[in-house]
Write a protein that binds this ligand. Structure first.
Ligand SMILES: CC(=O)SCCNC(=O)CCNC(=O)[C@H](O)C(C)(C)COP(=O)(O)OP(=O)(O)OC[C@H]1O[C@@H](n2cnc3c(N)ncnc32)[C@H](O)[C@@H]1OP(=O)(O)O
Ligand SMILES: O=C([O-])CC(=O)C(=O)O
Length: 372
């Protein structure tokens, strides 16, 4: 048996959702650069789920469905209040809450394609509300209900604070949502597909995917980047900090990628937003620190920044708590996970690879009282 560690380079499925070819990322053939500059997150959701951009009427209909489904069952809000709030990471809360949502969805185990699509709409609609509601409940604040007249980016920021966000904040947040929406067969998407390939339900698939995204080698890296910037604290400390880490063979969060070699095409959009927003909010040092770190890591290790690196200072500039960064990734990526889950159901085969056994050879069972 040949083992490919971490399944690097292994092609495990066909998919018509997104592609990474020669370091270029496309969603259904649309270059991510084009989408980041021009598209709303809702248009991208439609694109991923239907493999075409919506007409105005189709987009209006999707927006209406999302708005109608954004409120949470009151039981889920009450459940948040039972969590050991000061010990719970919001990704753990989100993973649990999505699983709980499944219990209140009468169609949870209904397997026909229309029912699965309806569940996709309901889950996508509720993800921002789950994150913002938990963020408020844990601070002892009243949850703020979603508004029907706001898109997902504006609504998220509104539900978090109760204030209507500035246009620049909506633009930045929408761009981040567009950039994180899908990424071929990344670890969390693969997890979702493995789960539903057993013909398990959509909620189980998304719950599993959230668990995989949480890790710091994947979506959890954006929070880890912010922790690093906070720990460094000032621009003059950045160089020695990073050089010491590299000398100790420690990883610098937000750098490197399993697939990209020349660089992650999403990072440059977030870098531009980070420069703009950190200046506007009077915290340019986070951008300056980031560019300095980028120069060192790229120079020393030839590792360019990935999507998580500049998203950290963007979200921080928007006044968002650092442990909500990865849940925000999930608010966006759930669109891709759902697209992949629906695609998996359409042409399903159980995903079950093999392991090359390296344990002991055949052994004889010895009763417990005779064992040394
Ligand atoms: C949305 C996303 O999921 S994007 C990725 C987010 N994750 C991070 O930013 C965490 C930091 N980055 C990493 O851990 C890795 O680059 C990964 C997990 C993203 C990709 O990893 P892989 O392709 O498996 O590379 P692997 O971890 O085997 O590293 C290969 C070599 O590069 C080094 N390397 C990789 N990333 C980094 C890094 N961020 N900092 C320093 N060195 C690194 C490794 O130490 C290793 O060196 P060695 O060969 O001397 O032992
Ligand atoms: O593709 C990957 O391995 C990780 C990544 O960048 C993503 O999920 O956006």
């Amino acid at each position: 048996m040949t083992v490919t560690r971490g399944l690097e380079g292994v092609v495990a499925t066909t998919s018509s959702i997104s592609s990474i070819i020669d370091d270029t990322l496309t969603y259904v053939g649309y270059n991510i650069d084009d989408l980041a500059e021009n598209a709303s997150f809702e248009e991208v959701i439609y694109l991923l789920w239907h493999r075409k951009l919506p007409t105005k009427a189709q987009l209006d209909e999707l927006n209406k469905q999302l708005a109608e489904n954004a409120e949470l069952p009151k039981e889920v809000i009450e459940h948040f209040k039972l969590y050991p709030i000061d010990k719970v990471h919001p990704m753990g809360a989100l993973r649990t809450a999505v699983s709980l949502l499944g219990l209140y969805d009468e169609e949870a185990d209904l397997m026909d394609p229309e029912a699965n699509y309806r569940k996709a709409v309901r889950l996508q609609a509720k993800m921002p509300t789950l994150v913002t509601t938990f963020a408020r409940v844990r601070k002892g604040l009243e949850p703020i209900a979603p508004r029907k007249d706001l898109g997902i980016a504006a609504n998220f920021l509104y539900m978090l604070t109760g204030n209507e966000p500035e246009p620049i904040a909506i633009e930045a947040f929408n761009k981040a949502l567009v950039l994180h929406a899908d990424h071929e067969l990344n670890a969390s998407t693969f997890t979702a597909r493995v789960c539903v390939a057993t013909l398990s339900d959509v909620y189980s698939g998304i719950t599993s995917a959230i668990g995989a995204l949480k890790g710091p080698l994947h979506g959890g890296a954006n929070e880890a980047v912010m922790n690093m910037l906070t720990e460094i604290g000032s621009v003059d400390r950045a160089e020695s900090y990073v050089r010491e880490k590299l000398a100790n063979k420690e990883k610098i969060m937000g750098f490197g990628h399993r697939v990209y070699r020349q660089g992650d095409p999403r990072a440059k959009h977030l870098k531009v937003m980070s420069e703009k927003l950190t200046k506007l909010t009077g915290k340019p040092e986070y951008y300056e620190m980031s560019t300095l770190i980028e120069g060192i890591v790229t120079g020393e290790k030839n590792l360019p920044p990935n999507v998580d690196f500049y998203s950290a200072s963007v979200y921080d500039s928007l006044g968002i708590d650092h442990d909500l960064f990865t849940p925000i990734f999930a608010v966006s990526r759930v669109s891709g996970w759902l697209a992949h889950i629906l695609e998996q159901y359409e042409n399903n085969r159980l995903i079950r690879p093999r392991a090359d056994y390296t344990g002991p050879g055949m052994q004889k069972y010895v009763p417990v009282e005779l064992r040394d």
